[in-house]
Design a binder for this molecule. Structure first.
Ligand SMILES: Nc1ncnc2c1ncn2[C@@H]1O[C@H](COP(=O)(O)OP(=O)(O)O)[C@@H](O)[C@H]1O
Ligand SMILES: [Mg+2]
Length: 273
């Protein structure tokens, strides 16, 4: 046989692929009286990450680790300084629209809901703008209404919702166009323990039953324990661990790793009054 090409096609099947990605920011140094001095921040350094279809990955790390920066690269909002980011095998900047059709994104501190409108209006709006066929829309709404218990507040104004309700509505909205991949940045931030548990259980079902690939960031040890399936731990822009939650805790005994975990616990534990 002549010219047989043995090619690793795995890379092209992956939902997410970061190859040796580095991202730097320039920040003005304080106190420079006479000339502006900049310092370079290595938000991400040589990050490799592959996520396959159907996975549920917790993307963990203390504040400032580079989690949100990673998401911005994946959404095509930022370009890496070095390396390459691919979603569904393509460049998310060059192919932003087709990539975003297959992806749902939620940055925890933002809301996609129309503040001064009934929640329902935001869903209707998305159906029109995304041109979602009626039958798909109805089927998904039935599923999402049951999963995120939307019934109780579809007619309430978005501004009247509790934080937990708002997060559920936003998640349902992010799933409305039937994405294969969903990126959630700190979705459990600020929720009480019960609301968190409930949200994570919902995400697990969305992953298992609807086959949606999930990448979810958190700096909260409690959430990570519940998600646990696969945990990628980022610290100062580098991937420091990729494995199970139990494996992480076993690892934590070893030297400087302990400090990373300690920082995460610090952020996690409620402050004493
Ligand atoms: N636009 C920016 N300009 C300058 N520095 C930034 C910018 N965005 C993020 N950073 C810095 O990059 C690092 C990683 O930030 P981020 O990705 O937001 O971390 P995380 O989401 O894990 O808390 C931090 O040191 C942060 O201050
Ligand atoms: Mg962040």
């Amino acid at each position: 046989m002549q010219g047989m090409v043995v090619r690793d096609t795995r890379a092209w099947d992956s939902v997410i692929e970061l190859q040796d990605v580095s991202k730097y920011f320039r920040r003005l140094k304080r106190g420079g009286l006479f000339h502006r001095e900049y310092e370079q921040i290595h938000a991400l350094s040589h990050v490799d990450l592959t996520v396959e279809k159907g996975e549920f990955v917790a993307y963990a790390g203390p504040n400032g680790a580079g989690k949100s920066t990673t998401f911005k690269l994946l959404c095509g909002m930022l370009a890496p300084n070095e390396g390459a980011a691919r979603l569904f095998g393509t460049d998310p900047i060059k192919n932003r629209i087709p990539v975003m059709r297959r992806t749902g994104v939620l940055f925890g501190n933002r809301s996609e809901l129309w503040w001064d409108q009934p929640v329902r209006a935001s869903f209707d709006w998305k159906r029109v703008v995304w041109d979602i066929p009626r039958a798909d829309y109805d089927a998904r709404m039935a599923r999402l209404t049951a999963e995120f218990r939307l019934d109780g507040f579809m007619d309430a104004f978005a501004r009247e919702l509790s934080l937990g309700q708002r997060m559920r509505a936003n998640l349902a909205l992010a799933l409305l166009h039937g994405p294969e991949l969903v990126l959630l940045d700190e979705p459990t931030l600020g929720l009480d323990v019960l609301a968190k548990r409930e949200l994570i259980q919902s995400l697990k079902r969305v992953n298992r039953e609807d086959g949606v690939t999930l990448l979810v960031t958190s700096h909260d040890m409690d959430d990570l324990r519940d998600m646990a399936q696969r945990l990628v731990l980022l610290h100062e822009g580098r991937v420091r661990y990729d494995g199970s939650f139990d494996g992480l805790l076993a690892h934590a005994d070893k030297g400087d790793f302990e400090a990373i975990i300690a920082r995460m616990y610090e952020a996690w534990q409620p402050e004493e009054a």
